[in-house]
Ligand binder design. Sequence first.
Ligand SMILES: Nc1ncnc2c1ncn2[C@@H]1O[C@H](COP(=O)(O)OP(=O)(O)OP(=O)(O)O)[C@@H](O)[C@H]1O
Length: 229
Amino acid sequence: MLKIQDYHVAYGQSHIIENLNIEVKENEIVALIGRNGMGKTTLMKSLIGMIPAQSGQVLFRGSDVFAEKSYQRVRRGMGFVPQGRMVFATMTVEDNIKTGLSAKEKGKIPAALYAIFPVLEEMKTRLAGNLSGGQQQQLVIARALAGNPRLLLLDEPTEGIQPSIIKEMAQTLRKIRDQRGLTIVVSEQVLSFVLDVADRVLVMEKGAVVHQEERQTIDEKTIAGYLSV
Ligand SMILES: Nc1ncnc2c1ncn2[C@@H]1O[C@H](COP(=O)(O)OP(=O)(O)OP(=O)(O)O)[C@@H](O)[C@H]1O
């Protein structure tokens, strides 16, 4: 469903992603891991069209979206949850979710969305800035799901979240994938979360994939070695 070929992203003379090749199957959860500064965020932002890429191909559900703008990619079914839980702090929970709704929902939040995140329904009239970190993370995932994406791109969702909530988040993401037939690409550094959530793990180093492995056959020590400084 997603195929990235010979992909290259640079900031001026600084080449961050070089000759990157990634393929993601429909309904798969792929975790992209790597130390700080290896280019995970750059890749995520460029896949959703926020950062232009220099060369390569991005095939999404059979179409090359390389030259497309963010809104076109979103319309095709990409959803993005940025690093740092970018909630609209002074808006209510409900209004935050509404910003993600597609026009055909006519401003009504589907009950199925609140069924995944009951705490958001309980808190729908609260200001998003007053929610806990874990609740804000649920909110930004709900906001992305409100657009009914086929592919969800999540950038370091566990950052600053308590361990017990991280475990829950992995379960929720797998449940959402099963219920909605979603495909998920998640960038991450927390190994326990990666092992809980992913079907396949890709290791990024200096802008390229240097190792990949199916979850069932993963040797934790090898993967941990790639993350240690
Ligand atoms: N706007 C920018 N202009 C120039 N260089 C940048 C810019 N944003 C990021 N970089 C550099 O690109 C490299 C990759 O950064 P990126 O944030 O993609 O890495 P990352 O793997 O996501 O790390 P982190 O886990 O810290 O988010 C780093 O060396 C960073 O300093």
